[in-house]
Design a protein around this ligand. Structure first.
Ligand code: ATP
Length: 595
């Protein structure tokens, strides 16, 4: 259902006020007070200005003095209101911005992993993060500025009403053309920017490629700097042209609307001046009319600016709140009877598993069957893109099969409580994370929360052959790694990989280990030691290992040779060699390479 702009403005404003109240009640109250004060003061000042002028005309010294002092006090109060408003807005920008950023991050943690491979989700996340810091406060500030401006306008209209109701009407009418043009353009700008979210993201991405430390090497060596810069420029000029066209139209139409407002104002001005000339109004009246015009004109502009801003901000907030309202799939019920295959079965079973990535045309896996008994090791080999990592992602529960079923200890994987499943898994992915944090946090990112003692961390490091690396570091476990922050030490690719392995080995309670090319960056000597260790360390635990190195693969109890998402061959090393199939051919090829 499509909400009308007015009702969506109402609901988003209400939601923002509620959030602002949670973030900082003080700032919200201060903004309201400041708006009321700044809205009421000009009317009082105009009123006193009239009294001063009439007092001068009549020679009433005291009236003049009191009027001037009252005006000065009121002016001072508007300064106070301005200062208070500035202070409160800055405070709210920080507190509300943080509250919303946190809500976005919580949502980002809660959504399924698949969302992160969906460009639509990414756009929504980027937009929400972009809007979270400034937009809600801008909406509130705009709203209060508008309330203030309307208060001034109402005061001006009320004061002018004494001279002629027609004047009042004229002032209010003057606001209409600008109002309509501004709200229309606000919508057009919003639509344009939303439509271009992907281009904006691409531009930001290209800028990132040129500025990120881990891209800098390739950018230099492949000489891609100017190419990417040119691409970023093309995206920019496309966006710029569209923006300019809209801005030009807005300028012309806006000027037309301003002209109408101006004509109405000055018509009122002329009529009041002529009536003063005819002696129907006092000098004070004329002065009052003058001041009121000026204030009314200023307030009108402010009110329109506020309205336009409100209209625009609320549409952008739709992006933010829309993202926050995205439903997070409910947790599955624990162990529904239909999902139990065999109560007593222990181990991991793939039953005719097929999987197609969201949005992909071809399946990444087809009819994959295997059974991994407790304590056994399974190796996956095959060409790039044959589906090995996809099997690991399915076991890790990051995706659910689109065909067939996966059972762990006889229970469908999707019926497992995610926490319970996570406790049983230890994973090293190909694209493991290099945390720009101390060694301790690289091995145990939840060290503080889970009160992980240093001995456990050191033990995990020893198992992954990373002990000597840490001993070399001046600050041991406290040594910050990576180059992003001062004092950080950069490691080699293999050293980083050993830390990622230590992260997995730390999970001593896990009995299903998933390794996606865990030794690709590790030298053969260390690899041999590592695997001797892995075998002994993982005794009694299940492990699935993806590797292109036959020296490690051959140690597995069963090897699946993947081809185009299917299992092409299976068996242990000797059986596969004996079969003289694809495995044997690849093995010989690699063995020849080592000679
Ligand atoms: N996130 C994704 N979205 C869509 N398709 C994907 C995604 N990840 C992988 N694929 C596709 O699925 C197929 C299997 O990929 P997978 O990563 O499982 O291969 P792999 O055997 O692990 O390859 P490699 O040896 O290169 O790591 C490939 O054709 C790949 O293009």
């Amino acid at each position: 259902m499509h909400e009308s702009p007015a009702s969506s403005l109402r609901s988003r404003l209400l939601r923002t006020v509620t959030l602002a109240w949670r973030a900082s009640p003080f700032a919200l109250v201060a903004m309201v007070l400041a708006a009321l004060l700044a809205g009421a003061a000009p009317t009082g000042m105009a009123w006193y200005a009239r009294r001063v002028l009439d007092g001068v005309a009549r020679g009433e010294r005291q009236v003049v003095l009191v009027g001037i002092v009252a005006e000065a006090v009121l002016l001072f109060l508007t300064y106070v209101a301005g200062g208070l408003n500035q202070f409160a807005t800055a405070r709210l920008r920080l507190t509300l911005g943080f509250l919303l950023q946190r809500a976005i991050l919580e949502k980002a943690i809660a959504v399924p992993y698949a969302c992160f491979e969906d460009a639509g989700f990414y756009d929504a996340l980027t937009r929400a993060r972009r809007e979270a810091v400034g937009r809600p406060v801008a909406l509130l500030a705009g709203f209060f500025a508008m309330v203030q401006a309307f208060a001034v306008l109402a005061g001006s209209a009320a004061l002018l009403f004494r001279f002629s109701p027609l004047c009042t009407l004229a002032i209010l009418l003057a606001a209409l053309p600008s109002f309509f043009t501004e709200t229309r353009f606000a919508t057009a700008i919003f639509r344009l920017q939303n439509r271009r979210a992907t281009e904006a993201r691409e531009q930001a991405y290209l800028e990132q490629v040129l500025t990120r430390d881990d891209h800098a090497k390739e950018v230099r060596l492949f000489g891609t700097g100017p190419t990417f810069l040119e691409r970023a420029r093309r995206v920019f000029s496309l966006v710029f042209e569209e923006d300019q066209a809209l801005a030009r139209r807005r300028l012309l139409v806006g000027l037309g609307a301003d002209l109408v407002a101006l004509a109405l104002f000055y018509a009122v001005y002329v009529s009041v001046a002529f009536r003063a000339l005819a002696g129907a109004l006092t000098v004070g009246d004329l002065g009052l009319a003058l001041v009121t015009f000026k204030q009314g004109d200023g307030a009108l502009k402010q009110a329109l600016g506020g309205l336009r801003g409100l209209y625009m901000d609320q549409q952008y907030l739709g992006n933010l709140y829309g993202f926050l309202d995205r439903p997070v799939p409910a947790k599955r019920p624990l162990l529904p009877a239909s999902r139990v295959r065999e109560e007593k079965e222990q181990g991991l079973r793939f039953e005719n598993v097929g999987f197609t990535y969201p949005g992909a045309k071809r399946p990444a896996l087809l009819g994959v069957d295997f059974f991994l008994a407790p304590g056994k090791k399974l190796a996956l080999v095959g060409e790039n893109g044959s589906g090995k990592s996809t099997i690991l992602k399915l076991v890790a529960g990051l995706y659910e099969p689109t065909e067939g079923r996966i059972f762990l200890d006889g229970r469908d994987l999707s019926a497992w409580d995610p926490e319970a499943l996570r406790a049983r898994l230890a994973v090293v992915f190909q694209d493991f994370v290099r945390y720009q944090l101390p060694v301790r946090d690289n091995v145990a990112p939840r060290a503080a929360e889970d009160a992980v003692p240093d001995e456990l961390i050191t033990r995990a490091l020893a198992r992954s052959e990373a002990g000597p690396i840490v001993r070399k570091l001046a600050q041991g476990l406290d040594q910050r790694l990576g180059k992003w922050f001062p004092g950080g030490v950069e490691l080699s690719g293999g050293e980083w990989q050993k830390l990622a392995l230590a992260r997995a080995f730390l999970r001593e309670q896990a009995d299903l280990l998933l390794f996606d090319e865990p030794t690709a960056a590790i030298d053969p000597a260390a690899e041999a030691a590592l695997f001797a260790r892995v075998r002994s360390e993982t005794e009694g635990r299940m492990a699935i290992l993806v590797s292109h190195r036959f020296s490690t693969v051959r140690l597995a109890d069963e090897i699946l040779v993947m081809e185009g998402g299917r299992v092409a061959e299976r068996g242990d090393h000797d059986a596969l060699l004996g079969a003289e199939g694809r495995y044997a051919a690849l093995f010989r090829l690699q063995a020849a390479g080592y000679r």
